[in-house]
Design a protein around this ligand. Structure first.
Ligand SMILES: Nc1ncnc2c1ncn2[C@@H]1O[C@H](COP(=O)(O)OP(=O)(O)OP(=O)(O)O)[C@@H](O)[C@H]1O
Length: 308
């Protein structure tokens, strides 16, 4: 297997008794990029992340993290990887600051460096005011921030973030987005699993789609991406707009919160439609895909899987 840094997974499989959680996962997540890990509930994302993090041994296939195989050198992988699980483990009697200092000590920092790093991270994730509170009093969103800070303690090259935005308020989500983009800009490899696809659309450069324990092929993803999708269109004159869409659109026209939705076969067809609407003298104020790229692709892949 060639090593380009970042995360490389080839032909991964893992079962629990008769449950085949992961059957065939292959992908590459490159340094300097944010890669979204997308799949329905129970599709094998957490099992995959555990294998990448050296916490679970694959039955078949291979992983390289920054060139290191976790089954051969778990410690080497852990030194280079930060892992933010979807729920913070319990250290409920420690204060927020001491939880971070203790994590630093586990990474063999001396007391002074661990304390410095804890202070840096407390301000980075916006928890400085809660530094002396026991972690058990934190809200869900505050626990998420602490969990992220813990994953960053040793300034890892590779980050695995499992549902990092869950429980975060809109401002904290924007902060998270900025932080994640900043880490990619520093050359780190970031793999994020999330069900909030609109958010991943704003954050991810690449996407890996998983269904029933296997990655969707490049061809299937390309086909799903380019399939017909709904567009949202708004004009001051709604009935003339409806008439024009019935004439020029690629399917039935639907009302949605004051706008009209119509299926459009491709980007080129969307450009033609917009030209036709403007030529018909309609004042168009909104003309955009009704769902983001990732969500559209996810829905199409799963529709295809359900019909297979
Ligand atoms: N330790 C285990 N023992 C038995 N079955 C397991 C175990 N861990 C996971 N599974 C099963 O493997 C499948 C994949 O689970 P996994 O948690 O990896 O999915 P997921 O994609 O992370 O789901 P979600 O989006 O809901 O978090 C599920 O059917 C799950 O029930």
């Amino acid at each position: 297997m060639t090593n380009s840094g970042g995360i490389v997974a080839r032909g991964l499989a893992r079962s629990f008794g008769t449950v085949h959680a992961v059957t065939d996962i292959s992908f590459t997540a490159e340094p300097g990029r944010v890669t979204g890990l997308i799949g329905p509930n129970g599709s094998g994302k957490t099992t995959l992340m555990l294998m990448l993090a050296s916490l679970l041994r694959p039955d078949a296939g291979q992983v390289l993290i920054s060139g290191i195989d976790p089954t051969l050198d778990a410690e080497g992988v852990r030194a280079r990887m930060g892992w933010m699980p979807d729920a913070l483990g319990s250290w409920s009697v420690l204060t927020v600051r001491s939880a971070l200092e203790t994590t630093g000590r586990l990474y063999r920092m001396d007391r002074v460096r661990a304390a410095e790093r804890a202070s840096e991270l407390l301000s980075l994730v916006g928890l400085a005011q809660l530094a002396d509170q026991p972690t058990r009093v934190l809200s869900r969103g505050q626990k998420q921030r602490l969990s992220l800070a813990r994953a960053l303690v040793h300034d890892p090259e590779v980050l695995l973030l499992d549902e990092p935005a869950s429980g975060l308020d809109p401002i904290a989500r924007l902060d998270l987005q900025r932080l994640v983009r900043g880490m990619a800009a520093e050359g780190k490899t970031v793999l994020i699993s999330s069900h909030v696809l609109a958010e991943l659309d704003d954050m991810a450069d690449d996407a890996v789609y998983v269904a029933d324990g296997a990655t969707a092929s490049v061809e299937r993803v390309a086909q799903a991406r380019s399939s017909s999708r709904l567009w949202r269109i708004r004009a001051a004159e709604r009935e003339p707009l409806r008439a024009a869409l019935v004439h020029h659109g690629d399917g039935p026209v639907r009302d949605d919160r004051g706008d009209l939705l119509v299926p459009v076969a491709s980007e080129a067809a969307a450009a033609d439609l917009l030209r036709a609407l403007v030529a018909a003298d309609l004042s168009i104020s909104v003309f955009a895909p009704a769902v983001g790229d990732l969500e559209h692709t996810f829905l199409d892949l799963n529709r295809t899987a359900d019909n297979a």
